[in-house]
Design a protein around this ligand. Structure first.
Ligand code: AMP
Length: 368
């Protein structure tokens, strides 16, 4: 157990680090961010900040000496850096959770092993393999890089086999990583809705899950999360939650684990997971008794998990992308709207903040 008063190291200093830092501060912890950038959204909530590359062993060693436990706020950290850190200080979630969730073939293999459904897929390392994959998986399909994918980045749609060459160029002809594949081709799933399972697993193996949010993505980026989800999603939630629990168990995961699903006519189809707090769980700050950020900090520090029940009838979370954040005066004037701004400089399409309304469909707090 790492008691309040201790220092939590966080790899990455973006908005997830910022909200983790706020939750850590509430529980009496100090935060030390390690990030390649000189500053970021987590700057205002970090007592200390180390600017260095994740591969910088000297900087990582010095960081380890100054913290009591470590976590990470995004999965594009090199697992070697996490293993190196884990040799010196406790790190949660473990390097194994990170290794599986950042590499799509590992993710899909684990889910298949645990009896979950994924879209049909095939590995792709060059244009010839892409043609073969298109013949095997069929079209329409989506070409995805195996590593470094987030918010629809590193993806290209293939509507017919003729789109293959353009799609391969569009994802930047990624090189084959050591002992792995560069990309996968995934059949396009005909889904009725998207949703995610947000789960926290404590160091003692206890798990807590929040109500399942229904998520709407626009151009691959999350636009809104709504709780409670539609009846169709709610019908499929138990099966998805059971799979997410098996994944967390199999990984010995400690912290929040977010699993994204498609709700289809054949039941839930697993899309991808993140070994960390997730954008589709931001509504839990006001919409649940304990937020995903607080439960992640509790889990990482070996504290008991807090209750995940709803505080109201439900909640809606709307991301503020780019200039949408300029609506802040209007949002502040709206009774019951909880505005979060991440302190970023504006760029088109960039996640600048979010707004949560607690209530639920059909109540005064519902989103228009
Ligand atoms: P991802 O980064 O893999 O989560 O993809 C971002 C978004 O793209 C998803 O939330 C879906 O809206 C869409 N998408 C990704 N993969 C598929 C698929 N196989 N079939 C249909 N839509 C997909």
């Amino acid at each position: 157990m790492v008691p309040p008063g201790a220092t939590i190291g966080i790899l990455g200093g973006g908005q997830l680090g910022r909200m983790l830092g706020l939750a850590a501060a509430q529980l009496g912890y100090r935060v030390h961010v390690f990030a390649p950038e000189a500053s970021g959204p987590a700057t205002e909530v970090a007592a200390e900040w180390t600017q260095a590359r994740f591969e910088d062993g000297d900087a990582m060693r010095a960081f380890a000496a100054r913290i009591d436990v470590a976590t990470y706020e995004f999965e594009n950290v090199d697992p070697h850096a996490v293993s190196y850190l884990a040799g010196r200080v406790q790190v949660h979630p473990s390097a194994r959770s990170l290794d599986v969730s950042r590499y799509r073939p590992h993710e899909k293999a684990l889910v298949a092993e645990l009896g979950g459904r994924t879209a049909a897929w095939a590995p792709v390392d060059d244009l010839d393999a892409l043609h073969a994959a298109a013949a095997q998986v069929g079209t329409p399909a989506i070409l995805k890089t195996t590593l470094f994918g987030y918010d629809g980045k590193g993806q290209a749609r293939i509507d017919t086999p003729e789109d293959a060459a353009a799609a391969w160029d569009a994802i930047g002809r990624p090189p084959r990583p050591p002992a792995g594949h560069a990309a996968i081709l995934e059949a396009r799933v005909d889904f009725a809705a998207e949703f995610s399972v947000l789960l926290a697993r404590g160091a003692d193996g206890t798990t807590a899950v929040w109500d399942v949010p229904e998520n709407v993505h626009v151009d691959g980026v999350l636009a809104t999360s709504i709780v409670p989800a539609s009846p169709l999603v709610r019908e499929q939630a138990d099966e998805a939650i059971a799979l997410a629990k098996r994944i967390a168990e199999a990984l010995g995961h400690v912290g929040v684990l977010a699993c994204e699903f498609f709700a289809t006519a054949d039941g839930p189809v697993f899309n991808e997971m993140a070994p960390r707090v997730h954008n589709s769980g931001h509504w839990t700050i006001e919409g649940a008794v304990t937020s995903q950020f607080e439960n992640h900090i509790r889990a990482v520090c070996g504290l008991p998990l807090g209750a995940t029940a709803l505080t109201g009838a439900g909640a809606t979370m709307e991301n503020l992308l780019g200039e949408e954040a300029d609506r802040w005066p209007t949002l502040l004037a709206e009774p019951g709207a909880h505005l979060h701004l991440y302190g970023k400089t504006m760029r088109e399409g960039r996640k600048m903040g979010h707004v949560t309304r607690v209530g639920g469909p059909g109540t005064a707090g519902a989103m228009p």
